[in-house]
Design a protein around this ligand. Structure first.
Ligand SMILES: N[C@@H](CCC(=O)N[C@@H](CS)C(=O)NCC(=O)O)C(=O)O
Length: 221
């Protein structure tokens, strides 16, 4: 049975999973679940992922959520090239380190700004809430980018090594979404160079980012 993928193309973790599938020609069927339409919280979608979050997959009846977990599962179940999630235990631990770091650092900051600048006005958050989210988001992003910039001063890839890993894909998808929230990595030259590198090495980068790129372009009009 073909693998079922539940995503919204605007979502960072969704695009990371989609890129891994597309770059490796893994057959899959996309089911779009609109975040803005509230479809992640529908009873039908919660049958697929009870947490009400995307991405999610169903692989021959096996249901799985959480983008990092899905990516690791795909690496193992589809025997993907070793560089994505290395079998060397120490290199693998480095990839896991950055995937874990992502949740409470880069993504934490990015989500604060997205909530403040996108969801705040739509969902009528108070000005105080928006200001607090912005302040925290700015601070967390600044320290996250400084930390990444330092790591990338001695390596072309976030987890070290000399090839792309799933940590690069997950983090790069987060960084490339930041213009939606009015932020960017342009003050961090190593992060910027790394983002350019990842965007050329991931073959499906532009295809997977097309909806988000259109959204960003429409915001500038
Ligand atoms: N840690 C999760 C985060 C998933 C997540 O936050 N997904 C968002 C889209 S980017 C979502 O489903 N939001 C819908 C909602 O909360 O209703 C992962 O990496 O998969």
């Amino acid at each position: 049975m073909v693998l079922e993928l539940y995503i919204d193309w605007i979502s960072q973790p969704c695009r990371a999973v989609a890129m891994l599938l597309m770059d490796n020609n893994i057959e899959h069927q996309v089911h779009e679940v609109g975040i803005m339409k509230g479809e992640t919280k529908s009873a039908a979608f919660k049958q697929v992922n009870p947490s009400g979050k995307i991405p999610a997959i169903v692989d021959d009846g096996f249901q799985l959520g959480e983008s990092h977990t899905i990516m690791r599962y795909l690496c193992a179940s589809r025997n993907l090239p070793d560089h994505y999630y290395p079998s060397d235990i120490k290199q693998r631990a480095k990839v896991d380190y950055w995937l874990d770091w992502h949740h409470t650092n880069l993504r934490h900051g990015s989500m604060r700004l997205i909530r403040a600048n996108i969801f705040g006005p739509i969902r009528n958050f108070s000005q105080q809430t928006i200001d607090e989210l912005r302040k925290e988001g700015d601070e967390v992003l600044k320290s996250s980018f400084s930390f990444m910039d330092e790591a990338l001063s001695s390596s072309n890839y976030i987890a070290g090594g000399n090839q792309l890993s799933i940590a690069d894909i997950a983090l790069a998808c987060e960084v490339t979404t930041l213009p939606i929230a009015g932020a960017s990595c342009e003050d961090y030259p190593n992060v910027q160079a790394w983002l350019n590198r990842i965007s050329t090495e991931v073959k499906s980068w532009h295809q997977a980012n097309a909806v988000m790129d259109q959204f960003i372009a429409s915001m500038k009009k």
